[in-house]
Design a protein around this ligand. Structure first.
Ligand SMILES: *[C@@H]1O[C@H](CO)[C@@H](O)[C@H](O)[C@H]1NC(C)=O
Ligand SMILES: *[C@@H]1O[C@H](CO)[C@@H](O)[C@H](O)[C@H]1NC(C)=O
Ligand SMILES: *[C@@H]1O[C@H](CO)[C@@H](O)[C@H](O)[C@H]1NC(C)=O
Ligand SMILES: *[C@@H]1O[C@H](CO)[C@@H](O)[C@H](O)[C@H]1NC(C)=O
Ligand SMILES: *[C@@H]1O[C@H](CO)[C@@H](O)[C@H](O)[C@H]1NC(C)=O
Ligand SMILES: *[C@@H]1O[C@H](CO)[C@@H](O)[C@H](O)[C@H]1NC(C)=O
Ligand SMILES: *[C@@H]1O[C@H](CO)[C@@H](O)[C@H](O)[C@H]1NC(C)=O
Ligand SMILES: *[C@@H]1O[C@H](CO)[C@@H](O)[C@H](O)[C@H]1NC(C)=O
Ligand SMILES: *[C@@H]1O[C@H](CO)[C@@H](O)[C@H](O)[C@H]1NC(C)=O
Length: 776
């Protein structure tokens, strides 16, 4: 701890990245190959009405299917498919893409809408819908998170040894040094997974690798799961990459790269290209992964809010947690807009993205005045750019025949040798803006945020010298441009700077709550590093690296998710008997809500981030390993909760794969789930109290006393009973009651929501649950 920034000048690098469209570094050939792959899948069956449907069915009570007898189940699934003439058995077989055995009762098949209509009349049919393609949500991080070689949490958890992390992503680059198995023990005996790479590409680090792209769509074998994109290599190394010294890109962020759990095993399931991930493939990979024996599943992908019984990730995750598998997902890159989350189910850990204290710094200097400069970020730090010379500066919104402030392709004219000010957004990626400026002969670009993105900027690899500045800085630069007849500017490149006291900050793109599908569960759960994250990459981005140790810096909740997956693996390694909900509780109740300066964590506007932006706060791995108390939940506890969402018995059965009768199991309100946070809705004119209970288990010292510390939300009253928790044994459970009551005028003063916390405080532990109140 004394050497926060790393011993011997060694800076450990954060691993994490942003949605695909923000990443460069794919060669054109890669894209062509992927495009061909999906075209082949579409053209295959020559019937234009045919689509891949996911079909949910319900097992007849009369018929028993043994777990071993996959044939039984498959031939029963086949019986739902259209009957054709006797000779077409082969064709019927081809209709079936996947028969699911573990995470779902159902299958994926090529069908026409008419055939689905016919199928609806067959006994046991529950529902069917065409599959969708879900998007991916695209390294200074172990050190920033307090992980250090040789002592502390890494030492205590033995770097995650013995734990298997499974990732569903774009595949992996198996021979990257981040996945070397030097000193790694063989996988645990329970491991049943497969490696589809030739020869020795799998090893004791990368123990499993499967490709689910286009399986069953009439294509030849999809081949081994090489990562043609980069996303999967990046997320895998973030979760469990080995130590690789001298990792850098464009000479920046130089240091030792490492994942969160450097000794955990990896199993990779390829279900995505850079264009997205097909639901039938996701489900198939989960079906296999839960059976293979993974301990943690990490999914940096997901679509918009959707009922859980229609959400393949939520459904697969439910089966996973029943088997004790921790399930961590990206919360989405649709922020900063409210109600923009993906992956909202309470049995999933939903992860938002924040910055680290490492900045790839550059400054926009305006005019000749060396004191007139604005902070910005830049990935590449060109040596050959002469910062001493100022260049003419123009605003893209006022040049050319069709001025485009967004620097849309083909719009810029008369910018030769000039610095061009472009605005983010407008449906044009930041990288594409830089390409347009370069095409038009511009010398450099100043990229300014749109208003919603505030102060939250990114270091991306642009086609020409660039600095990305805040909206506020952009406004000042614009007003400078209009104040003078010959505006000039230059860009100063300051290299890698460690020590942003306002880190961690919530990234503008990180999706926000409230939870749309289940407003009574606070989401996201947690934030973790997801901005400008350096991690392994299949190719050299800067063409400077001769070795295979190639890295890239990208941003996204895709990068935050595997950080949390790796941290969950560390906690699991030291507490193998903890349930997924217990590990999640430990991560949430110990999170930090203050930044490095000891002030409240801020959002993109530099205002204190609210609970809908950061959930419980920023992950603190060392504290997560020793939480004191646990809010646990078993799989069956979610059934009354699902009944409370007013799902029908049939809909719930899609998720649980077991008979459910809500009038027998009872119904609870969402906020009554034993969740480590509270999300309360107060209706207009509501004067009744709302009562909830929570049960905590003592995982700290046997004899512990916890006192209550409450921060009561705006215009609310709260009482908690008992107000002191006295434990005398390890694993002892105590239930407490919480009452919420709206005060006069609640929700009528223009304040739409309030927040607070309920904290249990002992001399050794703070166990904190955030509280959100929405006034309806
Ligand atoms: C894998 O090995 C087989 C048999 O040796 C060979 O036919 C195939 O081309 C190899 N594939 C790759 C990707 O190297
Ligand atoms: C990275 O740091 C190491 C040790 O500090 C140094 O030897 C190496 O040259 C640096 N690499 C780059 C690209 O700056
Ligand atoms: C989100 O909701 C809060 C509370 O209603 C509101 O103050 C804020 O402006 C909203 N943010 C956005 C980006 O719409
Ligand atoms: C950035 O670099 C310029 C010149 O290289 C220097 O004048 C300026 O002080 C630096 N800024 C910071 C914050 O280091
Ligand atoms: C790296 O090399 C490729 C292929 O030669 C080229 O297209 C790309 O622009 C180069 N990248 C950089 C950063 O120089
Ligand atoms: C479920 O239905 C009940 C009764 O109509 C209603 O009070 C409750 O708000 C509904 N719950 C949700 C989550 O929609
Ligand atoms: C569910 O349970 C209720 C109450 O026990 C019973 O009346 C009803 O028939 C059951 N429904 C089904 C579908 O079994
Ligand atoms: C709430 O109270 C106000 C004033 O007492 C009344 O006008 C309004 O109709 C009430 N709203 C509801 C939903 O009951
Ligand atoms: C609990 O939080 C308080 C501040 O709220 C802090 O002073 C104290 O050190 C924390 N205790 C532990 C054990 O982390």
């Amino acid at each position: 701890m004394e050497n926060k920034k790393g011993a011997a000048g060694m800076q450990v690098i954060y691993l994490v990245g942003l949605v695909f469209m923000f990443c460069l570094s794919l060669t054109v050939a890669d894209y062509d190959e992927m495009a061909l792959e999906s075209v082949a899948a579409e053209k295959n069956d020559g019937n234009n009405d045919m689509q891949t449907y996911i079909v949910w069915v319900q097992k007849p009570t009369s018929q028993k299917f043994s777990a071993e007898s996959h044939e039984d189940l498959e031939s029963w699934y086949q019986s739902f498919l259209p009957e054709t003439d006797a000779n077409s058995n082969q064709l019927t077989k081809q209709r079936m893409i996947y028969a699911y055995h573990n995470v779902a009762t159902g299958f994926a098949a090529r069908l026409t809408p008419e055939e689905v209509k016919t199928m609806e009349t067959i006994e046991g049919f529950v529902s069917a819908r065409p599959e969708k393609i879900l998007p991916l949500q695209t390294t200074h991080s172990p050190d920033f998170l307090g992980l250090h070689q040789g002592f502390g949490l890494w030492e205590a958890t033995n770097y995650g040894e013995g734990v298997i992390i499974g990732l569903l992503d774009t595949g992996i680059t198996p021979d990257h040094p981040s996945f070397s198995d030097e000193g790694m023990p063989p996988p645990p005996a329970k491991w049943k997974g497969k490696c589809e790479f030739n020869g020795t590409l799998c090893n004791n680090k990368l123990i499993g690798a499967r490709n689910f792209m286009g399986v069953g769509k009439g294509q030849p074998s999809p081949g081994p799961p090489f990562d043609l994109d980069g996303h999967g290599t990046h997320t895998s190394s973030t979760a469990a990459g080995r130590f690789v010294e001298g990792a850098s890109v464009f000479g920046q962020a130089n240091g030792t790269a490492a994942g969160m759990a450097p000794k955990a095993h990896l199993a990779v399931y390829k279900v995505c290209t850079g264009f997205g991930c097909a639901e039938a493939d996701i489900m198939a990979a989960l079906d296999v992964a839960v059976d293979d024996g993974v301990d943690v599943l990490s999914l940096s992908l997901g679509g918009p809010s959707i009922p859980f019984y229609k959400d393949v990730i939520a459904i697969g995750a439910f089966a996973a947690i029943q088997k004790g598998i921790f399930f961590s997902c990206a919360g989405g890159n649709s922020g900063p807009f409210n109600r923009s989350l993906s992956n909202e189910a309470p049995w999933i850990l939903t992860v938002g993205a924040s910055t680290t204290d490492r900045i790839l710094k550059s400054e926009a200097q305006i005019g000749d005045d060396k004191n007139n400069h604005f902070d910005g970020k830049s990935f590449s730090q060109p040596q050959d750019f002469d910062s001493k010379v100022t260049l003419p500066l123009v605003y893209a919104g006022s040049v050319g025949n069709q001025p485009s402030a967004f620097c849309k392709e083909g719009t810029l004219e008369n910018v030769e040798g000039k610095i061009v000010l472009c605005e983010t957004g407008g449906g044009v990626t930041n990288i594409a803006k830089g390409e347009e400026v370069k095409r038009a002969g511009g010398a450099a670009m100043i990229l300014m945020n749109q208003e919603t993105d505030g102060f939250s900027t990114l270091a991306e690899s642009h086609a020409l010298p660039t600095t990305h500045v805040s909206y506020a800085a952009g406004l000042q630069i614009k007003s400078y441009i209009s104040s003078t007849s010959s505006p000039t500017a230059t860009i100063l490149f300051n290299g890698t700077v460690i020590g942003d006291a306002l880190a961690p900050r919530v990234a503008f793109f990180s999706s926000r709550g409230p939870n749309k599908e289940s407003p009574g569960i606070l989401k996201p759960d947690i934030i973790g590093p997801g901005v400008d994250i350096l991690a392994a990459w299949p190719v050299s981005v800067d063409n400077a690296t001769q070795s295979k140790a190639t890295f890239n810096i990208i941003s996204g909740t895709s990068m935050a998710c595997p950080h949390l997956s790796g941290i969950a693996a560390l906690v699991k390694s030291s507490h193998p008997d903890w349930s997924p909900a217990a590990i999640k509780s430990a991560i949430m109740t110990t999170a930090d809500v203050l930044n490095l300066a000891g002030l409240p964590i801020v959002d993109q506007d530099q205002n204190p981030a609210n609970v809908f932006a950061m959930g419980a706060g920023h992950v603190n791995p060392s504290k997560a390993n020793d939480p004191g108390l646990i809010y646990d939940t078993q799989a069956e506890d979610y059934i009354p909760y699902l009944c409370g969402l007013n799902y029908t018995d049939k809909e719930i059965q899609i998720i649980t794969q077991q008979k459910v009768n809500c009038s027998q199991v009872g119904v609870i309100s969402e906020a009554q789930l034993n969740y480590p946070s509270f999300s309360i809705k107060i209706g207009s004119n509501e004067s009744q109290s709302q009562y909830y209970t929570r049960t905590v288990r003592n995982v700290g010292p046997a004899s512990s006393t916890y006192n209550l510390d409450l921060l009561v939300p705006h215009k609310m009253g709260m009482s908690v009973n008992p107000g002191v928790l006295t434990f005398t044994e390890v694993n002892q459970e105590i239930t407490f009651h919480v009452e919420f009551i709206a005060q006069d005028g609640a929700g009528k003063d223009g304040v739409a929501f309030g927040q607070g916390y309920l904290k249990w405080v002992s001399d050794k532990h703070n166990v904190t649950s955030p509280i959100a109140v929405v006034f309806d």
